[in-house]
Structure formats: structure tokens, C-alpha cells
Design a protein around this ligand. Sequence first.
Ligand SMILES: Nc1ncnc2c1ncn2[C@@H]1O[C@H](COP(=O)(O)OP(=O)(O)OP(=O)(O)O)[C@@H](O)[C@H]1O
Ligand SMILES: [Mg+2]
Length: 269
Amino acid sequence: MRKICIINQKGGVGKTTTTVNLAVGLAKEGKKVLVLDMDPQGNVSACLGVESDKDMYDFLIENADIAQCTKRVVENFDVITSNERLHKAELLMSGEAARERVLKKKMGKTNGYDYILLDCPPSLGLLNQNAMLYADEAIIPAATDVLGVDALRKMVAAIQKMNEVFDHTLAVSKILPTMYDTRGKLSKNMFSLMQSEFYGLVTEPIRLNSKVRESPGVQKPVILYNKNGKGSQDYKNFIKAVLRDEMKYDSKASKIAARGKLQIKEVEI
Ligand SMILES: Nc1ncnc2c1ncn2[C@@H]1O[C@H](COP(=O)(O)OP(=O)(O)OP(=O)(O)O)[C@@H](O)[C@H]1O
Ligand SMILES: [Mg+2]
């Protein structure tokens, strides 16, 4: 099972968009996916058009069972939604001794999923610390502009600091350049800069695309809303790149591979 937080302390860089498209794409590939919305803005439910009676607040604070809080989106894809009540959860958690590991404790030995994706809020607060200490991997969407590169450097440094302070091993598995503007030189230059600074981690970019921007309005990720458009193409490439990493980051897949039994097939999303 892979536990991946989609994180950047900078707002509006495409974290939620990436989370929902990745989740749908993986589910279409037959992977069992659970998305945890760690953001009190609650944008995951808005992007997917799902609501549930019990949510992340009930799960973290009210001792609700995970099954009660989980809502099915489509086949293979479940979600625990959030809303502004999660701000209160953060305040309540701040009084606890092991406040940074509340989520990890609640998730316990939850399995039955191939991927757990955590959509993080734009901060480095307690909710994100909980996400980082539960996850094994971080995907950092980063805007291809000057402030985007600055935020990326700060995010990578923050993960290193978290690992040091909490003796954790969160790995940055992918950096995803977003909001890529093909018309000017700035995005190209910032993409090259990211590649040179974070060699081997930077994927192909997600281009600026009007259908991606429209997709929350129809409550569907762009790979379902505009299947053959540029936004879909870019996200499908990204999903393939994440799947290719399975042997590196999924302990079950890597054990099977070590025994020489894993066939790598080219995915068709
Ligand atoms: N490739 C893209 N092209 C055009 N618009 C995009 C693209 N990706 C995301 N957007 C739009 O940009 C806005 C911010 O995206 P999103 O909500 O995914 O970012 P975020 O990092 O999750 O934001 P926050 O930090 O507030 O949680 C949304 O309106 C979204 O529809
Ligand atoms: Mg978001």
C-alpha cells in the first residue's frame, strides 16, 4: 500500500486537482484508492460532487469508525471528505500530547487499499504535519513561476526538517510542475530550473488548460470531463509516471518483483 500526501504550503498550485485526477486514474487501472481530504476548505467534495454525513472531523475527533466516514465515489475510489469543521479539529488536536500523530494512530493498520492519497491544505500547520507523518511519500505540485520555485524549495526543506525532528522517512517521490504556460518563456525556464535542482524527481508539466479550470463546475475531474483534451493527456502521463514507481515505493510490489514474478505492463488509462 502506498500512502502519498499531495502537499505544498503554497495555495492554488493544483494540489486538489492533482489528487482527484490521480485518484480517478488509479481507480480506472483497478487500484483501490482512498482519498483523505485534510483541508478544511473541503475542495475534494466540491470537485467530486460527494457529501457524507460523517467526515474527517468525526474520524479524527469523535472516534467515528473509518467505515462510517468513508464514502464511495466510483468503483475502487473512496473518500473521507472535510469541511470547515476541520479547523476546530486542528484546535482540539493541538492540546493532545502526540498531536502530530493523531491521523497515523487513527488510521492504524487500515489496509484493503492500494493507494491512500492525502489532499493537504496550503500550510505547514498541524493538519499537514499529521498528513506528513502518516504518509511514506510526498508528491509536490509546484507552479512554474518564480514564487512557485521558491515555494518548492521551502517545501522540500520543510519535509527534510520534519523527517529530522520526528525521525520519519517521508520521501519526495515526484515534483509535478503545474500551471505551465506554453506561450511565454517563464514556465519553460522555471521548469528547467526545477529539473536542474531536483534531478530525477520532476515529471512532465501540467499545462494551463481551461477545461481543467472548468472541471470543478461539473463536479468531475478533467480526465472524466474532457477525456481527450490537453488536461487529460497531461494528467494521464502523470498517472503513468506514478504507477511506474510502484516497485520502488510499494513494499508488496517490490517483494513480488524481487522474486521475479512481477510483469510490468504499459498502462492504458
Ligand atoms: N492546469 C490547470 N489549468 C488551469 N486551471 C487549473 C489547472 N490546475 C488547477 N487549476 C485551477 O486552479 C485553481 C487552484 O487549483 P487547486 O484547487 O487544485 O489548487 P490547490 O493547490 O489545491 O489550492 P489550495 O491551496 O487552495 O488547496 C482551481 O480553480 C483549479 O480549477
Ligand atoms: Mg486544495
